[in-house]
Design a protein around this ligand. Structure first.
Ligand code: T3D
Length: 267
């Protein structure tokens, strides 16, 4: 049986997926890509999942592409065709980024340690990023002659603006989690000793909320970046029509009127 490079665990409505190659800071090889794709597909299909937490085993979150993987090793033999990193992006990182963004549940990146290269893009592609104070984000690409990928060039300027995005990407400097929070790159950084509790509380809270509305918020915010103000208002209206026909809207309003906690169940 293949090594379990991706672990999945369920607690209540919360699914936790753990990247599990700690000896290489959870960097991606093809097997880990395939196992993560399968784990995300299971989240998509399993209606018992209402929130996903993505984290890393050991002291790192994810160090991006495994640079020791023969599939991506630069060609050095005389006359050999150059390695095509773009095909690795198309085969693995693009489907991964799209699958993550299309999940029907809110997604938390629980950044337990360094997130570098595509590992940083993976975290930033999640809905909410919660990081340990000791964690850091590194746009490592420029140091090996590449550009931010796995969504990095799209995500970075949208999160922190062009000036900071270019600064981070061109220097490849290590960005401590605390600074990442101050810049608006991530949702929150919390003390290491409080990290596990903070992740569990946030995940349980999101899992108890109206899932469809949370996911629609992601979808509409992402789409509205391409729209005029008037178009964005119309898009909001179309989604409100859809959501207000669902059980969770009836339940939310009924609970408010009855002064009782709501029990949301749509997904
Ligand atoms: O083909 C393609 O390239 C496709 C493109 C993909 C997009 C990318 O992700 S490109 C960026 C790839 N990632 C990097 O360039 C990051 C490389 N890693 C680092 O710069 C450092 O490891 C960190 C700054 C992340 C952490 O530094 P530190 O000092 O805390 O740890 P370390 O000692 O460097 O690493 C610990 C071990 O993990 C070490 O192995 P060892 O010596 O104990 O056997 C190290 O080699 C290994 N490791 C860390 N990152 C990677 C890795 N092994 C393979 N690939 C890695 N990316």
């Amino acid at each position: 049986m293949a090594d379990a490079l991706v672990l999945s665990a369920q607690s209540g409505g919360v699914r936790t997926i753990t990247l599990n190659r700690p000896q290489a800071l959870n960097s991606f090889n093809a097997t880990m890509h395939r196992q993560l794709a399968a784990a995300l597909d299971d989240v998509r299909q399993d209606r018992g999942v209402r929130c996903l937490v993505l984290t890393g085993a050991g002291r790192g979150f994810c160090a991006g592409q495994d640079l020791a993987d023969p599939e991506v090793a630069p060609a050095t033999a005389p006359g050999a065709a150059p390695t095509d990193v773009g095909s690795v992006i198309e085969r693995y990182y693009k489907p991964l980024a799209l699958a993550l963004r299309a999940l029907p549940v809110p997604v938390i990146a629980a950044v337990n340690g360094v997130a570098a290269g595509a590992g940083a893009s993976l975290a930033l592609g999640c809905d909410l990023v919660l990081a340990k104070r000791s964690a850091s984000f590194i746009q490592a690409f420029s140091k090996i002659g590449l550009i931010p990928d796995a969504g990095g060039t799209w995500l970075l300027p949208r999160l922190v603006g062009r000036a900071q995005a270019l600064g981070l990407a061109m220097t490849g400097d290590k960005l401590p989690a605390e600074r990442a929070e101050q810049m608006g790159l991530i949702w929150k950084c919390v003390d290491d000793t409080e990290f596990d509790t903070a992740v569990a509380e946030l995940a349980a809270r999101l899992a108890s909320m109206p899932t469809q509305a949370l996911v629609a918020t992601r979808v509409v915010m992402d789409e509205s970046a391409q729209l005029s103000y008037a178009e964005a208002l119309s898009l909001e209206g179309r989604w409100q029509s859809r959501l207000s026909a669902a059980h969770d809207y009836l339940e939310g309003v009924a609970a408010f009127m009855a002064k009782r906690p709501a029990v949301f169940s749509d997904r």
